[in-house]
Design a protein around this ligand. Structure first.
Ligand SMILES: [Zn+2]
Length: 563
């Protein structure tokens, strides 16, 4: 039994493909080069009559009226014209949302999913990131890799320098896993530049807090897998290389907000976990027997600092009386949002809300790195539904952060580190459920196929020498692994450019096809931190500073008088 289900609630007529839908008739359709009649005949002929397809193709009434499209486009044009007046304020706050593995096909599919979750057709839906006025492309390659990994790319968009895959916070002169190539090759991140400029800084992730993406913000490590000394080769420890968990607490003094997973890397080896007592796989991993959480608590004793490990503790805090927060909610990564226990684990949006409330108390502003880290994991497992729900949740967090900040003093950038071998297509009709089938059988093996497919990965399946028939499976189930062209136990990253969405002060400087390491240079420039600050003091520079200039001049005069 094959049925193509569609999102409900959208205005659909219920005309089936085989019953002569109005899709075949419009002039627009006829004029479009999409394989033309070939496509249509394939569509009509390839489904045997017993496979009754429920494909709804009726166009919403308003969309039949040219006025609808003209009005929408004119409204968009009006908004674009307003953007010609550039926002050249100084960014007091900087927020970077990083969707790990969130390539452009993932963005589009997440948009459709988001719409369909609110009973829309989906394609016309706007993600929160879609509303950002400036969009650029980012070239993601690492210095030694055409298809990048999350460590080398994190070094690029956090430290402003491209690097080798597998390394964090070190330049391309450092070689992966070679401890003695660390020293002298360290590069610092925008999180550090912000901290040194007096801003509060935060890291929020759905992965381990010492995973590749967040670690480039504070660590200098030739191997992203050196989570704690328990994962390091003994020679590297002896040679003085430090594990990433330790560097989280030792490199940048007092990172104001740290939230995510990764508890086990902070505790002595074989120590039982507070949430999963007795479960061996969650035991502490530290061979040096240090308890980094206890050390943090002791160091922060005289400050308004709190360590929390579950959602209840997190939400019971009053952010107004919290200056430092360490939240470690799982021994490893946080669960997928679809599988999250709403009682014990906070959502990404909930973490972001608390983080911003704490950080924004600093009158000098803040830098916040937010990672939707498990989009990548969903894709690696071939589980598109998990990946897309992670992307939708990150988009919700983006919207929430937007409500808590202003474009007049906060620059927000949304991007990905790299893409995946994920895609969707197959001439699916409007409103086709994003996890559904293409409206035709293959004319080669006469079997249906899902719109979502992977170039490689664990979804490859051959039964008796033939491609598996997906109609016998529940392909809309949470953990369904979409078919792939090449069998691999783990699907791989993709090599194409990713999008960069930007809003707020100086967002217009993200405007073309950029190297990925350009991103922190723009963000630092917007905030008058880091290496390029000449514009901050000139009269043509940041407008918020120009208001402060007269008093600054008076102060300088006073100093001259007294010296
Ligand atoms: Zn990955």
């Amino acid at each position: 039994k094959v049925t193509l289900t569609t999102a409900q609630g959208w205005d659909r007529g219920g005309t089936g493909v085989g019953q002569g839908s109005n899709r075949g008739g419009t002039a627009e359709e006829k004029g479009r080069d999409r394989g033309g009649g070939c496509y249509r005949s394939l569509l009509l002929a390839s489904f045997p009559p017993h496979l009754k397809l429920k494909v709804y193709l009726r166009v919403a009434d308003q969309e039949k009226d040219p006025l609808f499209w003209n009005t929408w486009a004119q409204r968009t044009l009006k908004n674009a014209l307003i953007l010609q007046k550039l926002n050249q304020n100084t960014a007091k706050n900087l927020i970077l949302f990083l969707g790990d593995g969130m390539g452009i096909p993932t963005v589009t599919a997440a948009r459709i999913l988001k719409g369909q979750l609110s009973r829309q057709s989906g394609e016309e839906t706007q993600l929160e990131m879609d509303k950002f006025p400036f969009v650029a492309l980012s070239k993601t390659y690492n210095t030694n890799a055409q298809v990048a990994d999350s460590a080398g790319t994190a070094t690029a968009y956090l430290c402003g320098v491209k690097a080798n895959e597998g390394t964090v916070g070190v330049s391309a002169a450092a070689v992966r896993s070679q401890c003695n190539t660390t020293q002298g090759n360290e590069v610092t991140s925008i999180l550090r530049w912000a901290k040194e400029a007096g801003k509060s800084v935060g890291i929020v992730t759905t992965t381990r807090v010492n995973h590749a993406t967040p670690s480039a913000a504070y660590a200098h490590c030739v191997d992203r897998d050196w989570y704690s000394d328990g994962e390091m080769p003994a020679e590297a420890v002896q040679a003085g290389c430090k594990d990433i968990a330790r560097q989280l607490f030792e490199n940048i003094p007092n990172i104001d907000v740290i939230m995510g997973g990764g508890r086990k890397y902070m505790f002595p080896k074989n120590q039982s976990d507070v949430e999963y007592p007795g479960e061996k796989k969650h035991f502490g991993t530290r061979i040096d027997r240090r308890n980094l959480v206890e050390e943090w608590n002791n160091r922060m004793k005289n400050k308004n600092a709190y360590y929390v490990w579950n959602k209840k503790e997190l939400l019971s805090l009053n952010p107004n009386s919290v200056d430092y927060l360490l939240g470690l909610f799982e021994p490893g990564d946080l669960p997928y949002d679809l599988e999250r226990n709403n009682e014990t684990d906070p959502s990404l949006t909930e973490m972001v809300e608390v983080a911003i409330k704490i950080l924004k108390k600093n009158p000098s502003g803040f830098y916040l790195l937010v990672e939707g880290g498990r989009i990548d994991h969903g894709h690696h497992e071939g589980k598109a539904k998990q990946a897309l729900h992670e992307a939708v949740e990150m988009d919700r967090a983006i919207g929430h952060a937007g409500l808590m900040t202003s474009i007049y003093d906060t620059m927000t950038v949304v991007t990905a580190d790299h893409s995946h071998m994920f895609n969707f297509g197959g001439y699916t009709p409007r409103g086709n459920t994003i996890f559904g089938l293409a409206p035709m059988l293959s004319d080669v093996d006469q079997k249906p196929f899902t719109a979502i497919l992977y170039g490689n990965g664990p979804g490859f399946k051959v039964v008796n020498g033939l491609r598996e028939n997906v109609s016998t499976l529940d392909y809309e189930e949470n953990n369904y692994k979409a078919q792939s062209a090449v069998p691999l136990s783990m699907e791989t990253h993709g090599g194409e450019d990713v999008a960069v969405f930007a809003k707020g002060p100086m967002a217009h400087l993200l405007h073309g096809v950029h190297e990925q390491n350009y991103i922190p240079h723009v963000m630092a420039y917007a905030a008058c931190i880091g290496q390029n600050r000449d514009h901050c003091m000139s009269s043509s520079g940041a407008s918020s500073l120009s208001a402060a200039l007269p008093s600054l001049t008076a102060l300088l005069t006073l100093i001259r008088l007294f010296c």
